[in-house]
Design a protein around this ligand. Structure first.
Ligand code: UDP
Ligand code: MG
Length: 319
């Protein structure tokens, strides 16, 4: 695909949400890591509607260095959208996305770049250990990645997050996938380019707390599954079938009892109640699942802009 007309070799995209305490260190380590690779780099910070002084901090560091840019959203749009905006503006040949809380060590970028030079187009940073995460998060994350791998029809890498390097042609394709309920990991895996990974231990958060409470995690997991798999819908259908069959058997039994054992007919209300509630429950579940998909159809059909930029210094690539 298109060669970059400007000669930026490396773009680093960093979503930032309430990270005021860490921005100076973040900038320092990112710049040092980028310089290990090339002097032709840019770092794009995406301020995702932070409520603290992150934006002011970002403005200050971006004024000091001409390779640093920021994009600031009008409100909080979420992690995946923030990364997407940064990628839309990235002009480099290789594009890194990395969290802004320094849980992912920027020093890995050189190692990723070496793999990129070997010809890999997607280089994941794969977590061998995750420090300072609750057992619950570890377990649910592990379960989710495996469930996801089981449900989709393409290879999905295990235990990777959004810390990765992709090449320009991968980026150009990702930009064409304008889905609203973003699950970038899935999108990139779906593209199926030649990929590899570098290993690292995930650090604990130094400041602040996770911006991914359980509810957001669940949302991301649901987006991931519904964006790439119809299996939940199929579960609903097969459950519907099973229950129908079951109720048919019960019906046959009732008819049999009525004809051949009329005098000992069961005082039916318990079984009636049970079957009514059971079927009611199954119906609700199916409706709920269908609703999930419909809400996603609506989201995509609306065709709203994914994000709203309040102000920015980042420049788009012209091609
Ligand atoms: N983040 C964001 N918008 C949000 C939530 C998080 O841009 O609504 C950023 C956050 O600043 C961090 C990254 O996304 O750089 C990952 O978030 P977090 O560390 O809270 O997630 P975790 O590491 O716990 O999965
Ligand atoms: Mg984090």
């Amino acid at each position: 695909m298109s060669a970059a007309p400007n000669n930026i070799e490396l773009s680093i995209v960093v979503p930032v949400y309430n990270e005021e305490l860490i921005i100076d260190e973040l900038k320092r380590r990112l710049m040092a890591s980028a310089e290990m690779v090339t002097e032709h780099y840019e770092i794009i910070f995406v301020n995702d509607g932070s409520r603290d002084t992150s934006l002011q901090k970002l403005k200050t560091v971006c004024e000091e260095h001409d390779k640093l840019f920021y994009i600031s959203f009008s409100r909080n749009f979420g992690h995946q959208i923030a990364i997407t905006a940064g990628m839309d503006f990235a002009r480099g040949n290789a594009i890194v996305t990395i969290d802004g809380d320094l849980q992912d060590p920027p020093e890995l970028i050189a190692e990723m770049y070496a793999q990129y030079k070997e010809g890999y187009k997607v280089i994941y940073a794969k977590r061998t250990k995750r420090k300072g995460e609750s057992l619950f998060k570890l377990l649910t994350a592990k379960m989710f990645y495996r469930l996801m791998a089981h449900l989709v029809s393409f290879d999905i890498p295990l235990d990777v997050g959004d810390y990765r390097m992709i090449s320009r042609d991968v980026l150009d394709y990702v930009k064409k996938m304008k889905e609203y309920d973003k699950y970038l990991r899935g999108q990139i895996a779906w593209l199926g380019f030649k990929s590899t990974y570098v290993l690292y231990e995930r650090d604990e958060r130094k400041f602040g707390e996770t911006n991914y409470p359980f509810k957001k995690m669940l949302r991301l997991a649901f987006n991931g599954i519904t964006a790439f798999s119809d299996s939940p819908l199929k579960v609903a259908t097969s459950m519907g079938f099973t229950v129908c069959l079951l109720s048919f058997i019960i019906l046959m039994y009732a008819v049999y009892m009525f004809i051949f054992a009329k005098d000992q007919v069961l005082p039916g209300w318990a079984s009636t109640i049970v079957s009514i509630t059971f079927i009611g429950g199954v119906q609700l579940l199916c409706l709920g699942l269908i609703g999930e998909y419909i809400s996603r159809i609506i989201n995509n059909v609306r065709n709203r802009p994914l994000y709203v930029i309040d102000e920015t210094t980042a420049k788009k690539k012209e091609d």
